[in-house]
Write a protein that binds this ligand. Sequence first.
Ligand code: NAD
Ligand code: UDP
Ligand code: UDP
Length: 318
Amino acid sequence: MKKVLVTGGAGFLGSHLCEKLLDAGNEVLCVDNFFTGAKRNIAHLLPNPYFELIRHDVTFPLYVEVDEIYNLACPASPIHYQHDPVQTLKTSVHGAINMLGLAKRVNAKIFQASTSEVYGDPEVHPQPESYWGKVNPVGIRSCYDEGKRCAETLFFDYHRQHGLLIKVARIFNTYGPRMHPNDGRVVSNFIVQALKGEDITIYGEGQQTRSFCYVDDLVEGFVQLMSTDDNVTGPLNLGNPNEFTIRQLAERVLELTGSSSNLIFKPLPQDDPQQRQPDISKAHALLDWQPRIMLDSGLQKTIAYFDKILSEESLPVV
Ligand code: NAD
Ligand code: UDP
Ligand code: UDP
């Protein structure tokens, strides 16, 4: 039985990963400071004797004994990572240093949840791993983008300098149950707005594109990447290459919820990428991995989740 540390384990992706690792017979240590995570996401895991929860901020050192580390701790939605940009940078940079230092001391393999945001507002489409990106270093998204870029650099320097076994995944927009209803991301916003009969807020003209991956497909990719040969480091794109405009997404959500909400248009936030689509040929060749869940069926599962939690409590929409 392996002992696996998941930082950010009480978040959206982290909670699904903890569940998957437990199902596979591992012991899981979940570390989270609950900045954007929720106890609700992991409440069902607490009775499991192989699951342990530690409230801890990864910007501070952590001394535990583990075999593998998945480093997911970091606010991921623009409104959350821009809420305290300095803390976001510290989480990516100091958090990476601490988790790499831990991995080095205990000789653990370490996975980094990097992001398609390292490509910024891309001039190459779709984005292969070889593309270096177009990132504004001083804009309002930079705390996230540059923090994640620096974390990648740290991972590769610890690998070259100290021989650490690293696995770096570049995650593209992912959605599913346990997204935070107030985190302002497009899928959660649109579904919550549609279910509440409120206006659907399209930023800009809605012609910008994203490619949405369902959470189960993504975490399957995490685990497969972690189990690759030692010489495989990534970075590896993980995401669903099916690309949609934001307006198309709004229309799918309206149809699937049967909502009569109106579409309204709001200003496009600064530095908002115009298009994004992963080139996943590397992941396909290396892991034989590709997403299986189509947008409509993933949206249906996500709508069912939000329908349930909205009926359980009254949550304000962003
Ligand atoms: P999330 O906000 O639901 O989860 C992040 C978790 O990290 C939360 O539980 C939060 O409380 C915790 N956290 C934040 N700062 C921390 C700190 N200093 N110490 C300890 N815990 C801390 O977001 P998510 O969507 O689950 O994202 C998980 C990871 O995947 C993040 O690193 C994110 O950058 C990356 N990612 C996600 C997506 C996506 O579409 N969901 C895309 C690209 C990358
Ligand atoms: N660290 C940690 N847990 C450990 C080992 C190290 O949190 O089990 C942190 C420690 O705070 C250190 C950082 O990881 O500052 C980087 O460790 P490394 O050994 O690379 O550097 P150094 O200790 O020389 O600064
Ligand atoms: N967006 C939108 N309405 C919303 C929230 C987001 O039109 O209520 C847009 C946003 O401007 C961006 C896209 O949807 O172009 C994806 O936004 P999200 O915050 O989910 O992810 P990211 O921009 O980080 O890819």
